[in-house]
Design a binder for this molecule. Structure first.
Ligand code: NAD
Ligand code: GLY
Length: 368
């Protein structure tokens, strides 16, 4: 395949950074890592699942040239906590690392979000690099500088905006990822087509079988287009004062599902796939999408093997209660990301409540 790796830029003035996408990037730290290091000290952060697969390779490429240490965290969303971030601080302090040290996140979105948050806080801010190893983290969480941890009272409630110095996407790491996690990442890929790029959505419909086989050309194209759309939105609205919120298509319905199922049964990508179908259904009831388009969206998620209906235990009342805690509630008014058409999302609080009730009724069982 020509032109690998692909290179994109997140354009944020003096804080701009590159995204490299291709196979084997982990094998060439001289090209993709060394140019982004400030000092001689590097702390790689990974977890118990990813470290046995990729940590040695990364460390071997760094050790001869840099003072390189590693911290391996427990694996799981339940460990995305201040306690885990404290383990990173412990390692940095025990090794007497200073402000010119660089943190390197090697793992999925959980490792990336915590490493970024540790980098935002340590000595009031140090550099970090993202090496995302799940599809979701490659197309979404590693780009854009949202970092943080969960609080017992809410997901991602403690955090900071802190941009990485570079994002290194080695697609070869996806070969070891469980298929269920890969499918969940595809939900985010499809999201970009829905919110911003109808042609991309059509290409995904055409190439979905190849994508499910991890066929390299199609996979690189899909990751590149996803990152390009995200980079462009982040460059336009880094702090989410407006447009960036469209990246949350399906998330208000999806977060309600994740909360109702205790963050343990459904993966994030699974919940937002269902949430995007619900948002599409509501958009149709508001007179924007055609019913055929809603059916096409549902069919694509079904082809990927993602859920398109909420758990049978969920009721309309349950959704309304859980959705009222959404971060997009402003002055008591719930704002939703909706589709004007495939490829054009808007954020609006001006929707007919009746239509929302009808969508919830269509997807939920009535209260007994
Ligand atoms: P994850 O980090 O939990 O990874 C999923 C599983 O795959 C984990 O068990 C992990 O150890 C394993 N894994 C990772 N890479 C692997 C590989 N190459 N081979 C084998 N196993 C591998 O989950 P995720 O889906 O990557 O990320 C979810 C997190 O991302 C959530 O905490 C979510 O809040 C966050 N997120 C953040 C943003 C953002 O903008 N910062 C955006 C979306 C999601
Ligand atoms: N994943 C949503 C955002 O980065 O804004």
């Amino acid at each position: 395949m020509e032109n690998l790796p692909r290179t994109l830029t997140v354009d944020l003035g003096e804080r701009s950074y590159p995204i490299f996408i291709g196979p084997g990037i982990l094998n060439s730290p001289d090209q993709y890592i060394f140019p982004y290091l400030k000092g001689k000290d590097i702390m790689v952060v990974s977890n118990e699942t990813v470290a046995p697969l990729y940590l040695d390779r990364l460390m071997n490429g760094l050790r001869d040239h840099y003072n390189t240490e590693a911290v391996v965290l427990p694996d799981g969303e339940q460990y995305k906590t201040l306690e885990s971030v404290n383990l990173i601080f412990d390692a940095l302090l025990a090794n007497k690392f200073g402000r010119d040290a660089t943190l390197v996140a090697l793992g999925g979105g959980v490792v990336g979000d915590m490493t970024g948050f540790a980098a935002a806080c340590y000595q009031r801010g140090i550099d970090f690099l993202q090496i995302p190893t799940t599809l979701l983290s490659q197309v979404d969480s590693s780009v854009g500088g949202k970092t943080g941890v969960n609080h017992p009272l809410g997901k991602n409630m403690i955090g900071a905006f802190h941009q990485p110095r570079a994002v290194l996407i080695d697609i070869a790491t996806l070969s070891t990822l469980e298929m269920r996690h890969y499918r969940a990442g595809l939900a985010e890929v499809i999201k970009y087509g829905l919110i911003e790029d109808c042609e991309f959505f059509v290409a995904l419909q055409e190439n979905i079988d190849d994508l499910l086989r991890l066929e390299q050309d199609v996979l690189v194209d899909a990751i590149e287009t996803s990152c390009r759309i995200k980079a462009e939105i982040v460059a336009d609205d880094e702090r989410e004062s407006g447009r960036r919120a469209i990246l949350n298509l399906g998330h208000t319905f999806g977060h309600a599902i994740e909360t109702a199922t205790g963050y343990s049964e459904w993966l994030h990508g699974e919940a937002i796939a269902c949430g995007m179908v619900m948002a599409a259904d509501l958009s149709e009831r508001l007179g924007w999408l055609a019913r055929d388009e809603v059916d096409e969206i549902r069919a694509l998620f079904q082809k990927v093997g993602l859920p398109t209906a909420p758990p049978s235990s969920m009721t309309r009342e349950g959704f309304i209660d859980l959705m009222s805690h959404d971060k997009k509630v402003v002055s008591g008014q719930l704002r939703l990301v909706l589709l004007k058409t495939i490829g054009q999302a808007i954020v609006s609080s001006e929707y007919d409540q009746d239509c929302l009730d009808k969508t919830l009724d269509a997807f939920c069982k009535p209260l007994d």
